[in-house]
Design a protein around this ligand. Structure first.
Ligand SMILES: [Fe+2]
Length: 279
């Protein structure tokens, strides 16, 4: 299903975005509009998010407005709805669950070779009207965005640019909404990657990006996201440091000492186990 250049994958993984191909644009049984409407009808309400797509690149989550139509009608009329629809974790549905298992099985050997095994993974299916924008945000998962219908441009910022991400030690511990606020001048440093059906891009975790659908046609795309054993540990270490800092302590920054990180993580895990026993 995925068309991956193994050498490029191993070389570029977690360093920067790189293109991959796929053949999912031929799967009308999963990604035709009728199939997507039926899927949305089967998913739980908390697996469906939709809003009007006329958002600015830098946007407060509060700015998103819900269309007046229901989600099924919005998807059916996506060619003129001016909207953005996300179906979250469709792998809870058997047909998409099978697809999810196969995609993870294709990627896991490569990811394990260069990072560590995939520890958690989800799919997200996006159906968007022409011109719809997903504002600038940061994901704590690796992402593989596969374009199935229409055209999209995903634009990346440099995660090592201090004006892009707040580089305090607790940046990755941030919970809640992932939209970012940066000055307009920083947006001009974005690197765009255009996607057409059959094309895709793999992006490192923790690399801020925004997405815009082409102005000419509506779009369907699938995102496979995952965390590895290594990135989960790193995120937990940031959360531990945030907790320690909240107690008035000055923990060593994550990554400054692998030995100290390992000890801190082991103690935290043991403490969490202890709490479980005492409950
Ligand atoms: Fe994203």
């Amino acid at each position: 299903m995925l068309k991956v250049d193994t050498g490029e994958f191993l070389d570029r993984f977690d360093r920067g975005p790189f293109r991959i191909g796929h053949d999912l644009d031929g799967r009308d049984d999963l990604f035709g509009l009728d199939a997507i409407v039926a899927l949305a009808g089967r998913l739980d309400a908390d697996q469906v998010e939709y809003n009007l797509g006329d958002l600015d690149i830098v946007s407060d989550p509060e700015a998103a407005r819900t269309p007046s139509a229901g989600v099924l009608e919005t998807i059916r009329n996506i060619d003129r709805a001016g909207s953005w629809v996300a179906l979250k974790r469709p792998e809870t549905d058997p047909a998409y669950g099978e697809l999810h298992r196969r995609l993870v099985a294709e990627l896991d050997p490569l990811v394990s070779a260069v990072d560590s095994p995939i520890a958690s993974s989800h799919l997200y299916l996006f159906v968007s009207s022409a011109g719809a924008v997903t504002p600038l945000h940061n994901d704590l998962e690796y992402g593989t965005l596969l374009q199935i219908r229409g055209a999209k441009t995903i634009t990346f910022l440099d995660r090592d640019d201090p004006e892009v991400l707040p580089h305090n030690d607790h940046a990755l511990a941030t919970e809640g909404h992932r939209n970012l606020q940066v000055p307009d001048a920083v947006l001009e440093r974005g690197v765009p990657v255009g996607l057409e059906p059959g094309g895709g891009v793999h992006l490192p975790w923790n690399v801020p990006h925004w997405v815009a659908v082409g102005d000419d046609d509506w779009s369907v795309s699938l995102s496979l996201t995952f965390q590895t054993r290594r990135t989960q540990t790193e995120i937990e270490l940031h959360r531990i440091n945030r907790t320690l800092a909240g107690l008035g302590m000055h923990p060593r920054p994550v990554g400054a000492s692998p030995a100290a990180d390992a000890t801190k993580h082991a103690v935290w895990r043991a403490g969490r186990g202890l709490k479980h026993v005492l409950r």
